[in-house]
Write a protein that binds this ligand. Structure first.
Ligand SMILES: NC(=O)c1ccc[n+]([C@@H]2O[C@H](COP(=O)([O-])OP(=O)(O)OC[C@H]3O[C@@H](n4cnc5c(N)ncnc54)[C@H](OP(=O)(O)O)[C@@H]3O)[C@@H](O)[C@H]2O)c1
Length: 337
């Protein structure tokens, strides 16, 4: 196939580009050139800002489009309208945040987040997305905006639109402060504050598994809407033990109850990524049954953790995120660990 990627140089889009190249497809990348301009030598790169002007894409034809950089309805409309008659298939990467409540019963057609006209206008007025901030930098409006982007793509591409809604994405190139927090912390060694019950459920998905799924669906020109949240059966214990194994450092997990952590003022998720108090943990139960039935497959979590740790070890140290080491040491001391 001849594929246009809107973005393609940071995380999920980069994995999609790698998978597509490995499968022998021909690529064109459209982005501003702020990230990863040297990543794919020999691949056509068109510079432009999708929130401003897509003129450089006029007069071209593609078998498929992969869009992981759409956050604003206006930008999704502009690209979908321009490409509707010249591209065969459009894969739009959305999010499970389109659902205002998320649990084991959430399915593809569950109710979506709604925004007021004022909220949409405010978001459209914000500076353009950098694609490197959580939720594109749109805060609480993120899910509602993504739901509107989906509609724009579906309005133009109909049955040729593939809408993919990931949960927590992990893997090499992850620029979020989530899995990198745990891997970095394990690498430093010593006692590591671990939250809640080791058996508490978590649900993560490797970016490469999503990329393979999107490529497979695009190759078969299949549309539809799919939640891609990750496999059943992952736990916080398995995740943190896996991070320890992947880092092979001298770290020791010190588990503390959520009651102790909350009483000490530790912020769920922001301080210790993927930790949600049990009462809020239902979002980790959202299944991906439709995508699995359509062909989504998962690599083992241990492989994801090993590959991500290896990638992270080659990166310049990122600004620290989550619980500071000083605060963690203070808490461990207070807990008598
Ligand atoms: N991370 C998660 O856990 C998670 C969970 C659910 C859903 N998602 C969704 O998954 C997607 C992740 O995407 P990614 O960042 O990994 O994709 P990516 O395609 O690897 O990287 C983002 C790309 O978009 C380009 N870009 C950003 N703003 C642009 C603009 N205004 N005009 C043209 N190009 C622009 C960037 O390049 P330049 O900066 O050089 O332009 C970069 O190439 C997002 O849609 C996100 O909502 C993520």
């Amino acid at each position: 196939m001849n594929i246009l990627i809107l973005g393609g140089t940071q995380f999920l889009g980069r994995h999609f580009a790698e998978a597509a190249l490995a499968a022998g497809h021909e690529l064109t990348l459209f982005n501003r050139g702020h990230h990863g301009a040297d990543l794919f030598p020999g691949v056509e790169q068109i510079k432009g800002d999708r929130t401003q002007d897509l003129a450089p894409l006029r007069g071209r034809h593609w078998d498929a489009v992969f869009d992981a950089s759409g956050y604003l309805p206006s930008a999704a409309r502009r690209s979908a309208e321009l490409l509707a008659d010249v591209a065969g298939h459009y894969c739009f990467i959305s999010t499970i945040s389109v659902f205002p409540t998320i649990d084991a019963h959430t399915v593809e057609d569950s109710p979506k987040a709604q925004l007021t006209a004022a909220e949409i206008e405010a978001a459209e007025g914000l500076s353009q997305t950098t694609g490197s901030r959580s939720g594109g930098g749109y805060g609480a409006a993120y899910g509602g905006l993504k739901a509107l982007c989906e509609q724009e793509v579906q309005a133009c591409f109909g049955a040729r639109a593939l809408i993919v809604r990931p949960g927590f994405i992990v893997g090499p190139y992850d620029y979020s402060p989530r899995l990198p927090y745990w891997l970095q912390r394990m690498r430093e060694g010593g006692p590591v504050l671990a939250p809640g019950r080791p058996e508490r459920r978590v649900r993560l998905i490797d970016a490469r598994d999503i990329a393979e799924f999107c490529l497979q669906q695009a190759s078969q020109a299949r549309g539809g809407v799919f939640i891609t949240s990750g496999p059943d059966g992952q736990s916080m214990g398995e995740l943190l033990q896996g991070c320890q194994d992947a880092c092979q450092a001298d770290s020791r997990l010190v588990w503390r109850s959520e009651a102790d952590l909350l009483a000490a003022g530790v912020q769920p998720f922001a301080d210790l990524p993927y930790w949600l108090p049990e009462a809020d943990n239902a979002m980790m139960d959202i299944p991906s049954h439709a995508a699995e039935a359509a062909g989504l497959r998962y690599r083992p979590l241990q492989q994801t953790l090993r590959d991500t740790a290896q990638w992270l070890a080659q990166q310049a140290p990122a600004p620290s995120s989550g619980l500071s080491r000083a605060r963690e040491a203070e808490l461990l001391k207070a807990f008598g660990a």
